[in-house]
Design a protein around this ligand. Sequence first.
Ligand code: EPU
Length: 417
Amino acid sequence: MKIMKIEGDRKLTGTIRVSGAKNASVAIIPAAILTDEEVTICNVPEITDTDALCDILSDLNVETSRASGSLIINPKNMENVEIKEDHSKKLRASYYFMGALLGKYKKCSMFFPGGCSIGARPIDLHLKGFEALGAVVSKNKNKYTVEAKELKGANIYLDIASVGATINIMLAAVRAKGKTIIDNAAKEPEIVNVATFLNNMGAKITGAGTSRIKIEGVDYLHKCFHEVIPDRIEAGSYRRMGALCGERLKVDKLIPEHLDSLLSKLEEIGIDLEIGQDYVIVSKNDHIKPTTIKTATYPGFPTDLQQPFTVLLTQADGKSKVVETIWENRFMHISYLNKLGSDITVKNQTATIEGKTALKGTEVVATDLRAGAAMVAAGLVAKGETTITNVEHILRGYENIIEKLTDVGAKIALIEV
Ligand code: EPU
């Protein structure tokens, strides 16, 4: 087991370089099997979620290697065998193999995916999309089998603009016969990046980034080179840490427009920002104004940044509110923030934060990935030592977090116990 220890109340200054987006990479890696040729994907973060997907590729006899920041995937000798249950359960994104295998072989058999316990996380919209394309879905205990004689383009309306369903349906539809239209599609930048990757392999997808995506099926996809976009959630997490204890902390190699909602909120509460073409410089403000945030699908305020933002609001002068609308169980970090000294109550998916409260280091738990980022942020601002357990969650999504924070002045260590 690993734990993190943070000696808080130190200034963060210098530059943090943002890694490639986890939530784009975890879809692009499974999507790579849609061709039989070698693809090179650059800027794939080295995190345990991408390692877990490479383990699944290995189950499928797909070769992978890493070279100068790129992941090379060669599915030449691939076999459509069952993915080990342990491997499917390791992360949510294992379910992208459903769409990709269905698209390529018209058949897949998969165990339930895993992932953070932030809500019920049904996959009914993914399965309805596969069915609309002509597949038959059956469920036996904890395993799904999805198969089709032929996949045919269809008009699919998503009841919820789901990121996962939009991507999974794209993966199944790229090699279907005819045209597929996904309406009420999710618009997140990661979806645009996955569509660009598929187009680089020869797919014909238009409209990604809008609520209507059109896919003209093709028979064949080929090798390509692709670059993963910067991780807007990682960038947002470090900006929040900068707002808490930064002194001109530069968060570099990002796309500022991907986080307009966060930048507006940071400006609204009085955080001093310098926004460049591919960087943001953040400094702490001792007099933060309280505010209300409400999570929403893109371009709204991202749910994945809600938990770290709560930490910032513990330092605002007055009462703030955080309303979570995407996941029903994304307030697990609150009890640990209160243990550190905050004054937060949760009722009906709304957290009310009474600021400003001094935080004092103690033992806390990373209950999920972004709750873990919130605990790191809290540990950095708290006086004394904070110990975080269950850090495996954090390592799933933040590449080199210890090195990145140490380089800008944090006292943080990962310890094997
Ligand atoms: N939903 C359904 N049925 C479905 C699919 C989704 O009811 O078939 C509901 C969900 O229960 C949820 C809402 O729709 O209430 C949105 O879910 P979505 O499918 O958009 O989420 P996801 O694809 O499972 C991705 C990210 C999450 C991020 C959400 C929302 C990945 C691997 N995960 O999840 O990221 O919170 O979109 O933006 O891309 C994280 O990185 O920490 C994380 C949890």
